[in-house]
Write a protein that binds this ligand. Structure first.
Ligand code: ADP
Length: 790
């Protein structure tokens, strides 16, 4: 945001409002001469001030009947007498006097109204000999005197053509005395409307401030223990008092007879405390951009002023306003300065803070100039500026709150990222040795072991596979959570997948004496398109669970065709068992991660409680959902309904697949492969398999060695580990490609494949195999590239 432009626009707006809103108080208005104000030529389209030369009688409380009076002087009304020199003597603040004016009114049909402002500090007003208004109790001594301020207005009947005003004022409490604001005259409707407007504006502003204050207080109390928010809330509430408790004194109209001593103390205290709170608020808002000592000193001074306003008699504390103006002026310069610094340092919400300071400066300027009598109250402009100030400050705070939330979210995301990175690293670390264990076990099994060794190797393989399943589960869940899972869309034979699962689980089922059954719908004839790995994972997980939680009876895997067209087929896939079942209240939680229906489950049956959570998520991401119906003690059925696209395969493709060579035919005889791998056990495993299939493998232990040993005339394929000392697989591949090597390079990696996909492509690697590799996969990939190259 261009702040200069904004300030410029705001200035222009302010200028326009000033030009529009300024009521002329200049020479255009008639002025009293020698105690007589001639308004006979006036139409009263605006309110007129009764200003000019009034008669003033010091130390006399004249009643209208006292017609022969001495010692009268002419003063320029409105006239505050404290400190004024009369007959060579400076007048004290304490005392009493009478002001007199005769107003000549035009002929008219309308009722006129005179608005009487507040005076220092009690008055009695007479029109044509009759008392028409009073505030407090005027008296010639402090004894009978009572101070009071409240707005009053007096109507003048249409037939009155001459109005003799007799105004008695007395003061025995305040440091100022007399009257500072003009009496004004206008049509009754106009004066009433103006007053209502002024009251409405003040009340509206007060309402806004109180609501804002309560809102921010709530925010603070509800947990966001940010001191800036608390201080702003207090500032809003304190300042709300100033709006109705000063200037138009709307509060005094709302609560007539409210005690003068209380309201006056509150009026001053709210100003001192308000500035103090604002200073502290700035200190907490931009703690790094303020001079903390300076702000604490400033707040201390404000507090001292406030304490004086509470403890001292009014004659003293009412004198504090002028020295306090210095403090206010300092704040007016210093605080915007802080905001500018904060803006330059790009603190959250500083743009709004700068703009709000600008609005506040206008308010202060108006109230100062008005206080000194240079300009009228300009209430509407002040109102707009106040509203802008509080609105902008609220934006600063909301910006701050959302900034804190954003930061917290970023931290949480960073935490998640760290977790995922940790899991990836762990996966790498765990999978690499597992690769060796599983590979070597397979080799041992194929090297004619003794019967007793077969059993031991089986146990070892079983445990290693279990460990691999757990690692994979954790990784899988992590991957799904991070939204990193990508589904394949390739041809798959669902019947074959399920048959594979059943034959794989036959042994554990038989061991438990469970009848593991397969129930395939005859209508399931086609291969379909989908992700065979994930489908296998879901069904085998459910089947595993079924066997695990079934002490006796049966487990059945069933597929029913629910409907099919030429292109699509909808299947209901279910796993039913006659096991322990799940109670209705537990059914809700078994799909949550790391939860098991019974805390004794993990002890009795093992498991991590991740399986179902993963199945559910995998199916959810494929737009279907995992359902369960279960009766405790009777058994459970886990099922889902999924639609698949049918695969249409040409006869040639099918024949090609059928004609592919088999592993035992040593199809790679004569093929030479460069195996780049630093882990000797991995080398051993891969080498053994490749040799079993007829290939010859040359081994390089790192990238540099690979570059030396590569012979493009001899080698047909490169198997490249990615993480190696001296030079890693990426770098080695890049160098080979730069040297013009076009041979297929297959990466062997323990990372999650799609996490490194981009890096691998960029380096020029042809394909990838995840470690620990399955012999079948290695065979298929090698076959594919060797064939292609041939
Ligand atoms: P794990 O099997 O590793 O504990 P799962 O997420 O696969 O985790 O299952 C969560 C829980 O759901 C199990 O611990 C078990 O209490 C319950 N459960 C799952 N399948 C069955 C089933 N076929 N029969 C009874 N309870 C089951």
């Amino acid at each position: 945001m261009n702040i200069a432009k904004l300030i410029y626009t705001a200035l222009l707006l302010m200028y326009c409002s000033f030009a529009y809103g300024l009521t002329p108080i200049s020479s255009a208005n008639p002025s009293a001469v020698n105690g007589i104000l001639d308004l006979r030529g006036q139409t009263f389209s605006n309110q007129l001030p009764l200003n000019g030369q009034w008669k003033f009688y010091w130390h006399q409380l004249l009643s209208p009947q006292d017609s022969v009076v001495k010692n009268g002087t002419i003063v320029n009304f409105p006239f505050k007498w404290d400190g004024k020199v009369l007959n060579g003597k400076a007048l004290p603040a304490f005392g009493y006097a009478t002001y007199r004016l005769t107003v000549l009114l035009p002929k008219r049909t309308e009722i006129l109204r005179i608005a009487m402002p507040d005076t220092y500090c009690a008055y009695k007003l007479f029109f044509n000999g009759k008392q028409v208004a009073e505030n407090g109790q005027v008296s010639t001594s402090a004894d009978g005197f009572t101070a009071y301020w409240q707005y009053r207005a007096v109507d003048i009947a249409p037939e009155t053509d001459t109005l003799k005003i007799n105004l008695q004022i007395a003061n025995f409490v305040h440091s100022q005395a007399g009257i500072k604001k003009p009496l004004t005259i206008g049509t009754k409707t106009l004066v009433e409307l103006d007053r209502r407007r002024a009251e409405a504006i003040d009340l509206m502003l007060t309402g806004c401030l109180v609501m804002g204050g309560i809102f921010f207080m709530g925010l603070y109390l509800r947990g966001n223990r940010d001191k800036a928010i608390l201080l702003f809330s207090l500032y809003s509430i304190v300042y709300a008092y100033r709006i109705i408790g000063s200037d138009n004194y709307v509060l005094h109209t709302l609560l007539p007879n409210i005690n003068w001593y209380i309201t006056t103390r509150l009026e001053y205290t709210s100003l001192f405390i308000g500035i103090c709170l604002f200073g502290l608020y700035t200190r907490y808002l931009y703690p790094k951009d303020v001079n903390i000592k300076l702000l604490y000193t400033l707040s201390g001074i404000c507090f001292a002023f406030a304490a004086a306003a509470i403890c001292l008699p009014p004659i003293y504390f009412t004198q504090l306003i002028n020295p306090f103006l210095v403090v206010m002026l300092f704040c007016l310069v210093y605080v915007p300065g802080v905001y500018m610094v904060a803006y330059k340092r790009k603190r959250p919400g500083a743009t709004y803070a700068v703009l709000s300071a600008f609005a506040l400066m206008i308010v202060f300027a108006i109230s100062l100039f008005h206080y000194w009598g240079f300009i009228p109250q300009l209430q509407f402009i002040s109102f707009l500026c106040y509203i802008s100030f509080f609105f902008l400050q609220s934006l600063v705070l909301s910006h701050r709150v959302s900034f804190v939330l954003k930061k917290a979210r970023e931290q949480a995301e960073q935490g998640l990222k760290a977790k995922s990175e940790f899991l990836s690293t762990m996966s790498h670390e765990i999978r690499t040795p597992l690769n060796s264990v599983i590979g070597m076990s397979h080799l041992l099994l194929k090297n004619n072991p003794r019967p007793d060794q077969i059993e031991q190797i089986d146990v070892m393989l079983f445990s290693a596979n279990n460990l691999l399943a757990i690692v994979n589960d954790i990784l899988d869940y992590n991957k799904i959570e991070a939204g990193k899972i990508v589904f394949e869309h390739i041809e798959m034979d669902i019947a074959a997948i399920i048959r594979n699962i059943v034959s794989g689980l036959q042994t554990p089922a038989q061991d438990k004496g469970i009848d593991l059954k397969l129930n395939l719908d005859r209508d399931l004839q086609n291969k379909v398109l989908g992700d065979p790995t994930r489908l296998f994972q879901v069904i085998s997980n459910l089947a595993h669970n079924a066997i695990k939680f079934t002490p006796k009876g049966f487990v059945e895997i069933g597929v029913e065709v629910q409907g099919q067209t030429d292109k699509m087929i909808t299947l209901l896939i279910r796993v039913t068992d006659s096991g322990i079942g799940i109670s209705p209240e537990k059914i809700k939680i078994i799909f949550d991660r790391f939860t098991q229906a019974d805390s004794s489950t993990s002890r009795g049956f093992g498991g991590t409680g991740l399986g179902l959570a993963i199945c559910k998520k995998i199916l959810q991401l494929q737009h279907t959902s995992l359902q369960v119906s279960s009766k405790p003690g009777k058994g459970s059925t886990f099922y889902f309904i999924q639609s698949f696209e049918k695969s249409i395969k040409t006869v040639e493709q099918q024949q090609h697949e059928d004609n592919l060579p088999k592993q035992e035919d040593k199809p790679f005889t004569g093929v030479s492969i460069l195996l780049v791998e630093d882990n000797p056990i991995n080398v051993l495993v891969a080498q053994k398999f490749l040799e079993r299939w007829g290939a010859r493998a040359d081994v390089a232990q790192n990238g540099v060695e690979a570059l030396e040993k590569l012979d493009t005339a001899k080698h047909q394929l490169i198997l490249m580990d990615l993480h190696m000392p001296i030079m890693d697989g990426y770098e080695a591949t890049r160098k080979m490609r730069l040297n013009g090597v076009t041979l297929p390079i297959i990466a062997l990696t323990a990372n999650l494949l799609n996490e490194i996909e981009d890096q691998v492509k960029l380096a020029g690697i042809t394909d990838m195999i995840a470690k620990p590799f399955l012999p079948d996969e290695l065979f298929r990939k090698v076959l594919h590239y060797v064939h292609k190259n041939a």
